[in-house]
Write a protein that binds this ligand. Structure first.
Ligand SMILES: Nc1nc2c([nH]c(=O)n2[C@H]2C[C@H](O)[C@@H](COP(=O)(O)OP(=O)(O)OP(=O)(O)O)O2)c(=O)[nH]1
Ligand SMILES: [Mg+2]
Length: 134
């Protein structure tokens, strides 16, 4: 039996400005649908995480990333799938974030961030944001 875990690698951007972060609502028909998320998506085979981040943030929220730093990497088993999130703090960007794929988006004050609204894998990010960026 193959016991190796196949992780889905995902690039995630915590877009930061004025003590707020831009989050999007995941469509209900998608994995973890109905939860808020940090924009991002699957890293393609052979693609660097930073490049996937820039590509996904252009596709999903129509911004050009000009400054990003790795925040953390999170491995999480949802039971139906395992994800590995490469999380970046996006502190510089051109353009104004918008739900470019028709999804809802909003600037969420870091003071109001609540783990209950995000996928379970995001717990560590939420806790880090509460302490680091307060
Ligand atoms: N983008 C994003 N994905 C997250 C977060 N937390 C979390 O567990 N995930 C999971 C949900 C999904 O299983 C996976 C990301 O997949 P995705 O649906 O965004 O991928 P994608 O943008 O490439 O979309 P698609 O082409 O497959 O439709 O990571 C988060 O904060 N942001
Ligand atoms: Mg996505």
């Amino acid at each position: 039996m193959d016991t190796k875990v196949n992780y889905i690698d995902v690039a995630v951007g915590v877009i930061l400005r004025d003590q707020k972060t831009y989050v999007c609502l995941r469509p209900t028909d998608k994995h973890q649908g109905g939860k808020w998320e940090f924009p991002g998506g699957k890293i393609e085979a052979g693609e660097a995480a930073e490049l996937a981040l820039a590509r996904e943030l252009m596709e999903e929220v129509a911004i050009t990333v000009t400054q990003a730093q790795p925040l953390t990497t999170i491995e999480h088993d949802y039971g139906d799938k395992c994800v590995r999130l490469f999380v970046f703090a996006v502190t510089g960007f051109d353009g104004e974030p918008t739900g470019a794929e028709g999804q809802s988006g909003k600037w969420l004050p870091l003071a109001d961030i609540d783990i209950a609204d995000f996928p379970a894998a995001n717990r560590e990010i939420i806790e880090q944001l509460r302490t680091t960026f307060r």
